[in-house]
Design a protein around this ligand. Structure first.
Ligand code: TRP
Length: 433
């Protein structure tokens, strides 16, 4: 049995924070070590262009996100780690999919609809400020997935609709071009991932400006942790773990025993300053070795570039042959090769008469369609010559002969007379050429 192929896209926008690490990167990296799975991780930099038109920021984010994943333990020898824009098959497939995707399907995409609704509320034109890039986003994402025939795609809830659309695109293409070109990918939604609270106790998120960058330098990490909101209970007063951002963040990094120990210290009235020191030390213990690697990679972007290039070579081993097959499927072909192939196919695609002798000593023939289906069966003739003459008559006269020879022939059950006539017509045409 072949491995299950997982594929995950990471849009390089912004700097990863502890929430991204605990909620997404750490579980994904753990999962990548499982047996019997193949993992594709890529930097979705074409996607980043939809939201960001600042070239320096695009480059900076790409470096930071690539370095973060590698520093956090993603092993590029074991997984396929690449950059979307290094795979020319992705934009090519995007166009093939664009041409089999209903515009109406894309009209219903949540991200696009949200923009339209916002414009509506503001009383401006529905498509005001909406780029075709935003509108086409689900097709690009479909191509990301289908270019590698991924089976499983771990995503957040907000991305489930895009997976449904990718399945639609895959089945439209399969249907229109008559083949199993694409496997239908499935979303994997991890319900139980930790969402970390941020400095102010709300969910840690760029949009709340309450994040702790994953690879903040040690001093900055300490300062940020010291700024986590707590209540005003004095040292010696018992503290609540419930609703304590500090406690929740600690729990995401600590073992069960460590967490239990902090719980007891809360009850015993630990000073907030001491609890913050514990949190800082616990996080720093996990992050420090990664931070070192991160800083090294940031200082050596050529190494990142080489890792991503090697990943692209690995990824294209799948995408290049698939796209070659798809190009041919849609009719973008080497013209010389096409003519030869068509001529051969034309020959093979003819129905056939087959003559044979049965154990009863009589001579028979049958008519078989191009696809091998039995259409017509003769009764026995005493001599091969008689059988041959009947065949010749059928080929010459078609319907008339079918009528005349009725008593010697049987149309196979479930076959229409018309199918037989068409087959005879095909044979006559081929004979005339
Ligand atoms: N759109 C995804 C996000 O914003 C990122 C992404 C792009 C992706 N292409 C993908 C995720 C393909 C999974 C598969 O999170």
């Amino acid at each position: 049995m072949s491995n299950t192929r997982f594929l995950t896209g990471i849009t390089p926008s912004g700097t990863p924070h502890l929430g991204n690490y605990a909620g997404m990167m750490r579980p994904a990296i753990d999962a990548s070590r499982a047996k019997n799975v193949e993992n594709f991780y890529f930097l979705a930099d074409y996607h980043a262009l939809i939201k960001c038109q600042d070239p320096e920021r695009i480059q900076r984010s790409t470096i930071e996100i690539a370095a973060s994943w590698l520093a956090a333990g993603l092993d590029p020898e074991h997984v396929t780690f690449y950059r979307q824009s290094d795979i020319p098959e992705i934009p090519e497939l995007t166009w093939f999919l664009t041409c089999v995707t209903g515009k109406g399907l894309l009209n219903r995409a949540h991200a696009y609809k949200a923009s339209v609704d916002k414009n509506h509320a503001a009383g401006v034109d529905a498509d005001d400020g909406v780029t075709a890039g935003l509108f086409m986003y689900p097709v690009l994402m479909g191509a990301d997935i289908l270019a590698f025939n991924a089976h499983k795609v771990p995503v957040g809830r907000d991305q489930v609709q895009h997976l449904e659309m990718a399945r639609d695109m895959a089945s439209s293409f399969n249907h229109i071009y008559g083949g199993e070109y694409f496997a239908l990918p499935e979303a994997v939604v991890e319900e139980s991932v930790a969402t970390l609270p941020g400095l102010d106790g709300r969910k840690m998120s760029k949009s709340y400006n309450n994040t702790i960058p994953l690879f903040a330098p040690r001093e900055q990490l300490k300062k940020l942790i010291n700024s986590i909101t707590t209540d005003s209970r004095a040292p010696g007063e018992a503290k609540e773990t419930e609703g304590s951002a500090l406690f929740q963040i600690y729990q995401a990094f600590a073992s069960a025993e460590e967490t239990e120990a902090l719980r007891q210290q809360y009850a015993a009235g630990i000073a907030w300053g001491d609890a913050k020191q514990m949190l800082f030390e616990r996080i720093d213990r996990e992050i420090a070795p990664m931070r070192e690697r991160y800083e090294y990679l940031i200082a050596h972007p050529a190494e990142l570039e080489a890792i991503l290039q090697a990943g692209a070579v690995k990824a294209r081993k799948l995408a290049t042959p698939l796209l070659a097959e798809l190009r041919s499927a849609v009719g973008l072909r080497n013209l010389a090769a096409t003519v030869k192939k068509a001529a051969k196919a034309g020959k093979a695609a003819l129905p056939q008469f087959k003559q044979y002798r049965e154990s009863d000593g009589q001579f028979y023939f049958k008519l078989v369609a191009a696809d091998g289906k039995l259409l017509l069966q003769s009764l026995g003739f005493a001599a091969p010559k008689e059988a041959g003459q009947s065949i010749a008559q059928l080929q010459r006269e078609g319907a008339q002969a079918l009528n005349a020879l009725q008593s010697r022939l049987q149309i196979v059950d479930g076959v229409e007379t018309n199918q037989v006539l068409q087959a005879l017509e095909q044979l006559r045409e081929a004979a005339e050429q």
